[in-house]
Design a protein around this ligand. Sequence first.
Ligand SMILES: CCCCCCCC/C=C\CCCCCCCCCC(=O)SCCNC(=O)CCNC(=O)[C@H](O)C(C)(C)COP(=O)(O)OP(=O)(O)OC[C@H]1O[C@@H](n2cnc3c(N)ncnc32)[C@H](O)[C@@H]1OP(=O)(O)O
Ligand SMILES: Cc1cc2nc3c(=O)[nH]c(=O)nc-3n(C[C@H](O)[C@H](O)[C@H](O)COP(=O)(O)OP(=O)(O)OC[C@H]3O[C@@H](n4cnc5c(N)ncnc54)[C@H](O)[C@@H]3O)c2cc1C
Length: 674
Amino acid sequence: MAGKQVQVRFCVPDLQKERANCSFNKEEITNIFDGGEHNTETRRKLQNIIFSDPNLQDPIPPDYMSHEQRYENELRKAVYVMKKFMTDPQLQDIGGGPEAIKWMYNSILRHAIHKDGNPLMLHFGMFLGAIMGQMSEEQQAEWLPKAMSGEIIGTYTQTELGHGTFLRGLETTATYDPVTDEFIIHSPTITATKWWPGGLGKTSSFAVVMAQLHIRGQNYGPHPFVVQLREHVTHASRPGITVGEIGPRLGLNSNDNGFLRFDNVRIPRTNMVMKHSKVLKDGTYVKPKSAKLSYGVMVLTRVGICYDVCWQLMRATTIATRYAAVRHQSELEVGEAEPQIIEYQTQQYKVLPMIASVYAIWFAADTLRHTYMEVQKNINKGSDLDLLPELHASSCALKALFSTDVTDGISVMRLGCGGHGYLASSNLPRIYTSTTPSQTYEGENTVLWLQVARFLIKSFREASKGGRLQPSVAYFKNHQTQTRRITDLSNSGLVSGYERSVLSMLEAVAKQLQQYSEEGMRYEHAWNACSVRLVNVAKVHARYIVCDQFVKALAKYEGSSGVRQIMDQLCRLYMIYSVTNDQGILLKSGALTPDQCNLLEEELGELLAALRPEAVNLVDAFDLHDEVLDSTLGAWDGDVYNRLYNEAMKSPLNKVDVPDAYYKYLQPLMKSNL
Ligand SMILES: CCCCCCCC/C=C\CCCCCCCCCC(=O)SCCNC(=O)CCNC(=O)[C@H](O)C(C)(C)COP(=O)(O)OP(=O)(O)OC[C@H]1O[C@@H](n2cnc3c(N)ncnc32)[C@H](O)[C@@H]1OP(=O)(O)O
Ligand SMILES: Cc1cc2nc3c(=O)[nH]c(=O)nc-3n(C[C@H](O)[C@H](O)[C@H](O)COP(=O)(O)OP(=O)(O)OC[C@H]3O[C@@H](n4cnc5c(N)ncnc54)[C@H](O)[C@@H]3O)c2cc1C
C-alpha cells in the first residue's frame, strides 16, 4: 500500500520532510485514478507479479539496443505476458486469461513493460476494438477467440501513403465478385500503399483493412474488411501481399509500423466487417443507420488516447515534482543554504498546474467514456443515434486538447529538470517522444479542431433558430440574451466567461463566413479563409468543456473532506491557470476586465504557495511504481545523484578506458599535429 510504504521505505531526507505532513488521504486519490479500490488492488497485485518476473526485465537498457534488438525484446515480453496470463495460477486468482491481458494493456502498466512501444499494441487496441465494436455477433464468435488467444495477431490498416486525414480519399479497393462470393482487395497505385499501422511490419498475420467498397461499378465509400496477410505457422507473407516495416521513427520504435500492398487478393465476402453495413450474396448493399458508424474504432481510440496521455502526464509530473524537491540550486537569500528548486514560484508554476491538469483530464475523459458507452448501448439496442454528433465532436475536441496539453506539459517537465531532464535515464525524452505522435495519429489535431468547429457553427445556427442542442453546447441557448461581462470570479463565473467568449468568437466568425458568402465566395472557400479563427474557437470550447467537467465532478464528489479540499484547490488552480493563459481571448470578448485579470493573477500566486507543501504528496498519490516511472530523477527514494552516476556507468563507451575509435581516428590526427 502506498500509505504503508511511506513508513518503511528509504527515501532521501528532502522527500522524508515532504512526506511527513500530508493533509489528505493519498489512498483515496489513488483509487480515483484506478477507477475504484478494487482496481487499485488488482493493479498492485499485477505489478507485484510482473515486476518481480526476471523474464520481463530488459537485458540491457533499450537505448543501447539496435533497431532489431528492440523489436525482438518487446515482442519477446509481449508474447511472454500473453502466455503467462493464460497459465499462471497467481493470475487466474485475479481473473487471468485474455480479459486480464486486455485489462493490463489498457492500463498504465503497459508503459512499464514496454518502454518504447509494443508490437502488439494495435492488436490489443484497434484490432480487438474493431472485432468487438464493428463485427456482427456471428463474426465475433469466429474471430474473437482466435484474436484473444493469440492464434491470430492483427492490426488496423487505414492510412495510406497518399491519404491519412481524408478517409474518403483512400485508394485501396474492395471489389465484390458475385460469381465467387469474394471481395478482391487491391492497391491500384503507389499512393494506395497502406503506411503506418503499428505491428504491421513483421508481427501481424491479419489486418482490418479500410478500403473503398465497389459493387457493380458503384463506390459505396470506405468500409472495413479482415484480410489474412501471413501464412499460419510459417508467417510468410501470402500471395499478392507485399508487407514490411517503414523504418525508424521519432519514438515508439518497437512498434514495427508497416507498409502493405495488395495485388488482387481475394477474401470471402463474409470477411467484410458487417455489424453496421452488409453486402449480401447477390451483391445487395445494406446501408448502416449512419455512414459514420464504420469510423467507430477511431472514436473509441480517441477516448482511449485521452486516458493514455493522462498517464503520461502523471509519469512526467511525478518525475519533475520529486526532482524539484530533491534538487537544490542558487540562493533565495544571499548567503543562505541553496533552497530546493520547488521553493521558486516559477518552478511551482511549472509543476503544480500540470498536476492539476491530470485531474482535469481524468474527469473529462471519464465523462467522455460514459458518453461513448451510452452511444454504444443505443447502437446495440437499435435505438436512435442522436448523441453521435456530440460524441464525435467531444472526442475530437478532447483528444486534440489533451494530446497537445500533455505533449507541451511533458516538455515543460523536462525543462523543469534542467540538463538532467535531457538525459535518456530521466525517461522524460522517451515519455515525450511516445506522447507527441498522439497529436498526429487517430486524426491530426488541426483536422480534428476543424471537425469541432463544424459542429459549433452548425449548433450556433441551430441555436439562433431556437432548435435542439446537444449537451456540450446547451449553453448556446442563452447566446442572444446574455451580456458578455462576468461579474463574479468564482469557478462557475469563469466557466461562464469561457461560454461567453466562445459565443463571441462564433458570432464574429459566423459573420465573416456570411460576409464571404454574400461576396460570392463558395462556402468551402469561405470556410478555409476563416479556418484559423475556427480552430481558435474550437480550442476555447474544448477548454470550456474541461473546466466545466472539473467543477461538476467536484460538485458530485462524496469522499473525505481532506481530499475534497485539495481537489478544490487544484480545480481552482486549473481554472485560473487556464483563464490567465487565455486572458487575451477573454479580454477581447469582453468577458473579463484587466482588473479582474490582475485579481486572478494574484490569486494564482497564492494558490501556488498554498499547494507547494502538498506537491510531493500529490504525485505520490498517483501511486506510480518505480518501474512505471523508469527514471533516475523520479524514483520514490529520490536518490537522484547515485542513480544518475550508476546509469552513466552502463554506457557501452565506458567498457574500456580508450575506445577503438580513438586509435582509428583521433590518434592519427593528434600524432600528425605533434
Ligand atoms: C479506465 C480507463 C479505460 C480506458 C483505457 C484506454 C487505454 C488506452 C487505449 C488506447 C491508447 C492509445 C493507443 C493509441 C494507438 C493508436 C495508433 C494510431 C492509429 C491510427 O492513427 S488509425 C488511423 C486514424 N485516422 C484518422 O483518424 C483519420 C482522420 N480522419 C477522419 O476521421 C475523417 O476523415 C474526418 C472526420 C476528418 C472527415 O471525414 P469525412 O467522411 O470526410 O467527413 P466530413 O465530410 O468532414 O463530415 C461528414 C459528417 O460526418 C461527421 N463525422 C465525421 N466523422 C465522424 C465520426 N467518427 N462519428 C460521427 N460523425 C462523424 C461530421 O461531423 C460531418 O457531420 P455533419 O455533416 O457536419 O453533420
Ligand atoms: C506513430 C504513428 C502511428 C500510427 N498508427 C497508425 C495505425 O495503426 N493505423 C493507421 O491506419 N494509421 C496510423 N497512423 C497514421 C495516422 O493516423 C495519420 O498519420 C494521421 O491520421 C494524419 O494523416 P496524414 O499523415 O495523412 O497527415 P496529413 O493529413 O497529410 O496532414 C499534413 C498536414 O496537412 C494538414 N491538413 C490535412 N488535411 C487538412 C484539412 N482538411 N484542413 C486543414 N489542414 C489539413 C494537417 O493539419 C497537417 O498539418 C499512425 C501515425 C503515427 C505517426
